[in-house]
Design a protein around this ligand. Sequence first.
Ligand SMILES: [Zn+2]
Length: 64
Amino acid sequence: MSGIGKAEQSVRQKVRICKLKKDGELEEVERREQNPIVFCSKCKAKADDPSSLCNPRALKAVKR
Ligand SMILES: [Zn+2]
């Protein structure tokens, strides 16, 4: 049941976009910012997964 693919995936998910941005991995950052639903209120990075950010906030603000 265990597979190499799964391990690879979890490693990938652990890397935060915030860190990628810091490290200058802009290509990877761009790839993950294509369909953002959250952003980091600390680093201003965007992501499609809240767990990719150190301080995630929903992108779609509730309008009043
Ligand atoms: Zn951050």
